[in-house]
Write a protein that binds this ligand. Structure first.
Ligand code: PMT
Length: 403
């Protein structure tokens, strides 16, 4: 998906610069063209020869050569790029960037870009948490820069904390999704449910369903890379997201899911109910393991779980509400009825009869229904489906704000 994209990589002087040749290698393996501009300080951590060899292009460190009188046209370089990524971005260069400083080749080039610029800050934990850095990050976001936040983990100082640059495969995945998702998502708050709820029968048994959590996680990851602040309410045992900065809340039962979601619902811009929620639970799960000889399993009393989606569909809600539906036949008329019954803004329908769609698969085929349109999403990876869903929701929101 990055094939043919022109990626301008800005490198500033942090230890994480040693990971950049690997990142370049991954970008080029995807078919992207890469050019590198870096600060003199970054060359303490990675050599120009390595960067030139991996990128296949000369590396720009200084805009002028005092001996030959030649200069690099930084404006041309900036306008060449489809996207600029500054990784690692030190606290110093971040401060320079948000204050319009141009004292190194990375900053002066960044200032000339017309394309999106993705910042990947990396620094020690206390520098990252310092009020001046937080202020600069806030300013950078307000100025329109995209941000891939540092992760929690081992730092060069020996400390453990927030500040670590994500690994190159995570940066690649981020950039790929960032490039495909609508910019409407930047700064939005999104809550996504995923996985199948489990309802206890006794301390060893439960009733659940086949949901793996893959569809919900794909949505969470795409929304995160599009710049949203994402909370994923996921069921125990279901898939975990790849990006560590997605806020995950683990639940087990439908009641727990309902309580986790309802507490945060009104803060959200969008809620996506991709979870497969059990419609029923056992009234009073046994505290002891039910014995076969007592035939306890034959006398379970079932009660209905609350319909979380329906409960969220209150009037004047501040959020866009997207429901999911898994049907045996994929009948669009039935799904349209369900959309009305549930009171959601849109419904993503997948069918058990479509091979490669629904539970557990890495792919999906869906029909996305809104109150005035129907969108057919052909069979593709759940990640690609998630991107399409997010882009349709963004268009719906933009359309409704124009009315
Ligand atoms: O997790 P995967 O393996 O990737 O599979 C993805 C998926 C098939 C689970 C997903 O694409 C999907 O279809 N999720 C919804 C499945 C489902 O529960 O469908 P439903 O028709 O029973 O429910 C309709 C909607 O109501 C859903 O948004 C559901 O979250 C919600 N619901 C249902 C029951 C209930 N008590 N409360 C609810 O909120």
């Amino acid at each position: 998906m990055l094939a043919g994209k022109r990626i301008l990589l800005g490198i500033t002087g942090g230890i994480a610069a040693y990971k950049i040749p690997e990142f370049i290698r991954l970008l080029r393996a995807e078919g992207a063209e890469v050019k590198v501009v870096c600060t003199p300080q970054s060359l303490d951590f990675v050599t120009p020869l390595t960067l030139a060899t991996t990128s296949g292009n000369p590396v720009v460190v200084s805009l002028f050569d005092a001996h030959s009188g030649t200069w690099v046209n930084h404006v041309e370089l900036a306008l060449w790029a489809d996207v600029m990524v500054i990784a690692p971005l030190t606290a110093n260069s971040l401060a320079g960037l948000v204050n319009g400083k141009t004292d190194n080749a990375v900053l002066v080039t960044a200032l000339c870009t017309r394309c999106p610029v993705v910042l990947v800050p990396a620094m020690d934990h206390d520098m990252w948490e310092h009020q001046s850095t937080l202020n600069n990050i806030q300013k950078a976001e307000a100025m329109g820069y995209a941000l891939m936040r540092p992760e929690y983990g081992a730092l060069a100082s020996g400390l453990i904390g927030q500040g670590r640059m994500p690994e190159p495969p995570a940066m690649l995945q981020f950039l790929t999704l960032f490039q495909q998702c609508h910019s409407w998502w930047k700064g939005k708050k999104v809550l996504i449910s995923s996985g199948g709820t489990r309802e206890a029968i006794d301390p060893v048994r439960f009733i659940s369903n086949q949901s793996s959590g893959k569809m919900g996680v794909a949505l969470a990851e795409a929304a995160y890379c599009a710049g949203a602040q994402v909370t994923l309410v996921r069921t125990r045992g279901s898939k975990m997201p790849y990006f560590k900065n997605i806020n995950c809340i683990e639940v087990e039962t439908a009641l727990q899911m309902q309580s986790a979601i309802s507490g945060m619902a009104n803060e959200q811009d969008v809620i996506c109910m991709a979870a497969a929620v059990a419609d029923f639970r056992v009234d009073q799960p046994s505290l002891q393991k039910l014995k076969k000889k007592d035939q306890g399993l034959n006398h379970l009393i079932w009660v209905e779980n609350p319909d979380i989606l329906k409960g969220l569909a209150q009037e004047n809600r501040p959020y866009f509400l997207l429901g999911f539906a898994l049907e045996s036949n994929g009948n669009v008329q039935d799904a349209r009825l369900k959309l009305l019954q549930k009171g959601a803004d849109a419904l993503a329908l997948n069918s058990l009869t479509d091979s490669g769609a629904g539970f557990g698969t890495d792919t999906n085929k869906m029909t996305l229904i809104t109150h005035d349109s129907t969108y057919e999403l052909s069979l593709k990876s759940k990640t690609e489906i998630a991107v399409e869903i997010l882009n349709i929701v963004a268009e719906c929101k933009l359309k409704s704000s124009q009315v």
